[in-house]
Write a protein of this length. Structure first.
Length: 321
């Protein structure tokens, strides 16, 4: 699809959403950012507000939205355990009602919709690394279920709208992503460790630190999202994994952050939270084959601007006190 398009990004003021809005504007498209600001921030999109091709709507996707669009990136949903467990019923509504409303909009306007799913659909995986063919090992009644099962049902809805109503859908499963504009209070391991290290506070390590994660820099992820949306074959619905297959233990991450910040922080062990996955690593064979996509930014390379971002925020907070 060539030419400028009218694109809706739900959750567009969030961490990933704001980077995506920026990228789409740079590509010459008109962007409508819809966000209810539960976890998103106006600060993330402040530089975009003066762009005449950017429009901001304060809107909650659990309510219908009647606008005209060519494409929809459905990113709306709190994505960290602290935030999605704060109001689990609301999280389910966002995933289910929100996805129904966005699919209904796509059906009416004949728009193409990309659904931001998650590696959490694999639960605590018994297959490693996780290919898209793996159906997962998810606890349907646990404290993380509102997010895990909500996202699984969102995928179901996408495929049913596709089969029943010929809605053009693209499903991507996003693995751990980090970078500037992450929320400071979201409890994610990268932002937690960086803030603790910059303040020379103890680094809180859950369990023995041997659980593994794969960390994808946000710019790499955005490339993958755009590449998937731009696939024109309606049969290429996904799901497709987007993440960085380089695997690190949480202990290795803590040690890297301490080294890169020059911190005096010591590592402190805490009990492991319920249903916390022991391993998480994407199999990105499909993304490489179908999209020609693979992440290019190493962990240390991506941590530099991320650390600089949090350093600037902490400095600003000190100055305003």
């Amino acid at each position: 699809m060539g030419g400028a398009r009218q694109i809706l990004v739900t959750g567009g003021a969030g961490f990933i959403g704001s980077h995506l809005c920026e990228r789409l504007l740079n590509d010459g498209h008109s962007v409508i950012c819809a966000d209810n600001f539960f976890t998103g921030s106006k600060e993330n999109i402040l530089p975009l507000l003066s762009n005449p091709y950017f429009e901001l709507l304060r809107h909650d996707v659990s309510e219908p939205l009647l606008i005209e669009v060519d494409e929809i990136y459905n990113l709306a949903c709190p994505a960290s355990p602290i935030h999605y467990q704060y109001n689990p019923v609301k999280t389910v509504k966002t995933n289910v009602m929100g996805t129904i409303h966005m699919l209904g909009l796509a059906k009416r306007t004949r728009a193409k919709m990309l659904q931001a799913s998650t590696s959490e659909v694999y639960g605590d995986p018994q297959v490693h690394p996780q290919p898209e063919t793996y159906w997962g090992n998810v606890n349907p009644i646990g404290i993380r279920s509102c997010y895990d099962e909500g996202k699984r049902l969102a995928e179901t809805l996408c495929m049913d709208y596709h089969r029943q109503n010929n809605v053009l859908v693209k499903i991507v499963r996003i693995f751990n992503t980090y970078g500037p504009r992450m929320a400071e209070n979201d409890g994610r391991v990268v932002s937690n460790f960086i803030i603790q290290a910059l303040k020379n506070e103890p680094i809180t390590l859950y369990g023995d630190g041997q659980q593994t994660r794969s960390f994808c820099y946000v710019a790499d992820l955005v490339e993958g999202l755009v590449a998937m949306m731009n696939r024109t074959d309606p049969r290429e619905t996904g799901p497709i994994n987007l993440g960085n297959p380089s695997e690190f233990t949480i202990l290795e991450l803590a040690e890297t952050v301490i080294k890169m910040t020059g911190s005096r922080s010591k590592i402190e062990q805490h009990p492991l939270p319920a249903d916390d996955p022991t391993q998480r690593k994407p199999d990105i064979t499909l993304a490489q084959k179908k999209l020609g996509w693979a992440p290019s930014i190493s962990l240390e390379e991506g941590l530099k601007p991320t650390i600089a971002y949090f350093e600037a925020r902490l400095h600003k907070a000190k100055v305003t006190l």
